[in-house]
Design a protein around this ligand. Sequence first.
Ligand code: HEM
Length: 415
Amino acid sequence: MSTRTVQEKHRTEIPAHVPADRVFDVDMYALDGIEDGFYEAWKRIQSDDIPDIIYTPLTGGHWIATRGDVIDEVYRNPDRFSSEVIFLPKEAGQKYAMVPTRMDPPEHTPYREILDRSLNHKQIQDAEAAVRQAAIELIEGFAADGKCDFAVQFASIYPVRVFLALCDLPMSDAAMLGELATNMTRPPGDTPSEQAKALDEANQGFFKYVEPIIEARRGSDRTDLISVMVNSKINGKPMDEDKVLGLISLLLLGGLDTVVNFLSFLMIYLAQHPDKVKELSEGPEKLLRGTEEMFRRFPVVSDARMIAHDLTYRGVEMKKGDMILLPTALHGLDEKSNENPWEFDPGRRKIKHSTFGQGPHRCAGMHLARLEVMIMLEEWFKRIPEFRLSPDAKPRYFPGIIAAVEGVPLIWDKK
Ligand code: HEM
C-alpha cells in the first residue's frame, strides 16, 4: 500500500513461515491514505476481507494485529508477547533504553510499583493546582485574539509545562524536551538504520539532560516526582544508575507527545461538532464520562511486542524474535468492539479501547492524562464556549509510534 520508494528498497524478504495470503504492504511511518486522516488511514486495513493478523515486509518486516480483541490479548500476555523490543523498526527499538517499558514481569514489577506509587490517583489530585494554572495561563494568552494555532500555542506546551511543574524543573527547558520527544516517537530517516541512529541520539539526549538532575536530587528530601523516584528502592536496594536514567527519561517522554497529539486530534473534532461541545459543557459528570470516550475515539500509540518463543497464535505460525505491531487506533474504532465506532458519544456505556495499552505495562500516567484533559476542557469551555476550525485549515497527519497532527488553526468570536 505504501508508495515510499526509499522504503521499497528496504523491503525485507518474506520469511518462509509467513503465508502469502497474510502479506500486505503497510508502512507504519507512511500509511496509505494518511492525507484523509490518521484514523481513516489505519481503518483501511480493518475489514471483513482482511485477516485479523497480517504481515508487512516494510519497516524491517513485522506482523500487524488488525482487530481490537487481538490487540487487547497481545498486550495482556507477556509470556508469549514480550516487551523486549516495543518500537519498530526492530533495529531502532533495540536502541531504545527507557525503563521499565522493555522489561517483562517479574523484572518489571518492582519498577512498576515505584511508578504507580508516584503517579497514583491521590498524587495526581495533589497536582491539580499546577495543571489548572498551566491551562489557564495558556488559554488566557490567546482567548482575546479570537484565534490560535492550537497545536503550536496550546497542545505542544501544556503537557510539558505540567510535567516540568511536577518535577520542579525550569519552564525554559520545554522546547528542547519537546523536540527530543518527537525524535523518539517519529525518528527521522528513510531507512531502519537512519531511524535507529536518530532514536539513539534522542535517547542519549534525554539521558544527558536528566543525569545532572538525578545527581542533584539523590538523597534529598524533596517531594517532586524525580526526587521520589531517584530515592526509591528496588527489592530493598538503591536502583542502578542506568535504570534510574531510563526511568526518569521515560517519565518525561511518556507524558509529552502522547498528550500533545491526543489533544490536537480531539480539538479538530470538537471544533467541527459544536453539538458535542454543548453536551460536554453540561456538567462535570458529562465531562468525566466523556473523557473515557475521547480516549476510545482518539488513540495515538502504535507500539509493538516481540514473539517470545516459536508459537501458533490464532492459526498463524510465528517465530521467536518476530515483531507484532499493535495500532491502538484499531481497537477503539473496531465495530466488533464498539458499536458505531466513528460516533463520539459522550454518554456511551461499555467503552472498549487499548488507547493506554493493557496488561502489566498499561499506561502509568493515565490518571494524569485524564486530569489534564478534563481541566483543559473545563477552562477552555469557560473562556471559549464556541469555536470552529479556520476555513483555510489543512491539518497534516503523521503516523508513527505516536501519531501527530500539525496545523490546527481554531477561530472564535472575540468578546
Ligand atoms: C493521551 C495520553 C497518553 C496515552 C495515549 C498513553 C499511552 C500509553 C500506552 C499505550 C502505554 C503502553 C505501552 C506498552 O505497553 O508498550 C503507556 C505506558 C506508559 N505511559 Fe502513557 N500515555 C499517555 C499519557 C501518559 C502520561 C501523561 C504519562 C506521565 C508520566 C505517561 C506515562 C507512561 C509510562 C511511565 C508508561 C510505561 C508503563 C510501564 O512500562 O509499565 N503516559 N502509555
